[in-house]
Write a protein that binds this ligand. Structure first.
Ligand SMILES: Cc1cc2nc3c(=O)[nH]c(=O)nc-3n(C[C@H](O)[C@H](O)[C@H](O)COP(=O)(O)OP(=O)(O)OC[C@H]3O[C@@H](n4cnc5c(N)ncnc54)[C@H](O)[C@@H]3O)c2cc1C
Length: 535
């Protein structure tokens, strides 16, 4: 048995763990990242699905990445190249029409006019409102939630700064944000738009990756949080990393290595060790022990507290609360290799229209009905989906594949972790067939182009990627698990249960998505504690 000692151990090499590790390395802490899988990246990975064809394994867009993370860690120098196509959203309807949302709100509004002058007129002010409210949430996302039990000077200063930002919203938007955050996103979009297809194309971001429907309370907060800290606006972000999301992972690893961070893959942490209420290190599944004053969980908080921490050390009350962190995974990822570029009926030969996110979300009611199905243990028929064809904007993904090959990444929603009829192991491929046949109704001929396919259900996300309940965000984005309550009231400040134990993954404030914000915020708190300890 070998024993190693570091200043800091990061459990899990997802992008947030990697961000934290790089910041800790930069601050001079001897840091190691321990990743259970054979590759780093977690949900931010690229994999080869058939010879020469590389797909975004799970996440496909990275437009929520905080610019300050890119800057601080010098990710561009370490190879990160971001690509943002002009078309953000292409949402074909069953009627042969489509909603197209572009980067420029003015161009989007002009395009909407043919369908509804009312919606075209409303789009610019809605986009402005989303940007303004999301701007405030972006500020909130970058801050550590206040200490409610014993607030200190830092909390007071933080509060004052936030108060100033809040006042900066202006009277009207300040009132708006307190009103709209708990609203159902279906109501929020209906206040501005009359076209169902447009309402649905925007409302999608209020429910994606969640077990909620557009009529669920708090889904407006999810929509606005999705735009926080990026130039999302009403259309939302659609930004790809050249080489796929794995290229972000490689850049983060390179940044950390430059500051001396060590990385170990195939290193599953079986337990967080502790003594007298202080974290002391970890024990690996193979029996090896590694010690450190700082232990950072880049895994989800339910897993960290109920599977890895010593139950005696954290106590029955916290164990019970952690066991009740809601992780209702409802996302299935379907990756496809295609022998050519699919022709969507509305887009025809204009492939520029399908360079962004393609939404198969035909209306508010279909979105709600999809949620209803999942609520009762069934997948929705037809499924609601967000797809991308990243090889259209990044040919490097298919440069070694036969000419004409494209890769398609499909996020299918409302596929419950626990199926009422059968198991995912029995029904995985039947769902893959349904996804392909549904896409084929919008892009006839697509099914015949599929040369390779991968279906990753919520159960696979849990088994393969360690996501409790298969939840992509390490915990539902409900108002009960937001800000001060994420992951649990009293544990929202990145410090978790034991002295020296921290949470840096998506289960911390401000939640999931490829933002690196959680990792950045956690690192700030860890370094502050480290300096205090050193006097
Ligand atoms: C299918 C899917 C599609 C998505 N699409 C998008 C998208 O397009 N855009 C977007 O912004 N967000 C998307 N998301 C959400 C986003 O990818 C995640 O919220 C985010 O990447 C989580 O990052 P993380 O670093 O916090 O955790 P993770 O990426 O989950 O990393 C945690 C790591 O911990 C490791 N681990 C677990 N247990 C152990 C252990 N015991 N010992 C050692 N290591 C362990 C895991 O293997 C994993 O590598 C998607 C998520 C999924 C699942």
């Amino acid at each position: 048995m070998t024993t190693n000692t570091y200043d800091a151990i990061v459990i899990g090499g997802g992008h947030n763990g990697l961000v934290t590790a790089a910041y800790l390395g930069r601050a001079g802490l001897r840091t190691v990242v321990l990743e259970r899988r054979e590759t780093l990246g977690g949900a931010t990975a690229t994999s080869e699905l058939s010879p020469g064809a590389r797909v975004p394994t799970l996440a496909h867009t990275v437009g929520r990445l905080r610019p300050s993370v890119v800057r601080d860690l010098d990710l561009k120098r370490h190879g990160l190249v971001l690509i943002g196509p002009d078309v953000r959203v292409f949402a074909p309807g069953p009627d042969g029409d489509a909603i197209v949302l572009r980067a420029d709100p003015g161009t989007t509004a002009a395009g909407l006019r043919a369908r509804s002058a009312h919606d075209a007129d409303a789009y610019l002010s809605f986009d402005r409102l989303v940007r303004s409210l999301a701007g405030f949430l972006g500020e909130l996302a970058a801050r550590t939630p206040p200490d409610i039990e014993s607030p200190g000077l830092g909390d007071a200063i933080n509060g004052l700064q936030l108060g100033r930002t809040f006042r900066g919203l202006g009277r009207k938007d300040a009132r708006a944000i307190t009103r709209v955050l708990p609203m159902a996103v279906a109501d929020f979009v209906a206040e501005s738009f009359e076209t169902d297809a447009l309402q649905a194309a925007i409302a999608w971001r209020g429910v994606h990756y969640t077990a909620m429907g557009p009529w669920s309370a708090g889904t407006t907060a999810v929509l606005l949080a999705d735009s926080a800290g990026n130039d999302g606006g009403a259309a939302g972000q659609t930004v790809f990393a050249r080489g796929g999301p794995g290229a972000l992972t490689s850049a983060l690893e390179a940044a950390g290595r430059a500051w001396g961070v060590d990385y170990r893959t195939g290193a599953e942490v079986a337990a967080i060790t502790s003594r007298d209420g202080c974290a002391t290190g970890v024990a690996l599944a193979g029996g090896e022990e590694i010690t450190a004053r700082v232990v950072v969980a880049g895994v989800d908080p339910k897993r960290a507290l109920t599977r890895l921490a010593d139950p005696v050390a954290i106590g029955p009350s916290l164990l019970w609360r952690a066991g009740n962190i809601r992780t209702p995974g409802t996302v299935t990822k379907v990756n496809l290799v295609l022998s050519g570029t699919p022709r969507f009926r509305v887009a025809g030969d204009d492939a520029s229209l399908i360079r962004g996110r393609i939404l198969v979300v035909p209306g508010i009611d279909p979105l709600e009905r999809a949620h209803d199905a999942a609520k009762y243990g069934r997948w929705s028929e037809p499924p609601v989906m967000e797809a991308t064809i990243p090889s259209l904007v990044d040919p490097s993904l298919v440069e070694d594949a036969p000419a004409g090959t494209q890769v398609m990444s499909v996020i299918a929603q409302s596929t419950p972790y626990a199926l009422r009829d059968g198991t995912w192991d029995e029904r995985r491929e039947a769902f893959g067939d349904l996804v392909v046949s549904t896409l084929d109704t919008y892009a006839p001929g697509l099914a015949a182009m599929v040369t390779a396919r991968q279906v990753l259900t919520p159960v696979d996300l849990e088994r393969e990627y360690g996501l409790s309940g298969g939840h992509p965000m390490h915990g539902e984005h409900g108002l009960d698990q937001w800000f001060l309550w994420r992951p649990l009231l009293g544990h929202a400040r990145y410090r978790l249960a034991l002295d020296g134990l921290y949470l840096a993954g998506a289960g911390a404030h401000p939640g999931g998505g490829v933002s690196g914000q959680n990792g950045q915020n956690a690192a700030r708190e860890i370094v502050a504690d480290w300096k205090k300890r050193r006097g």
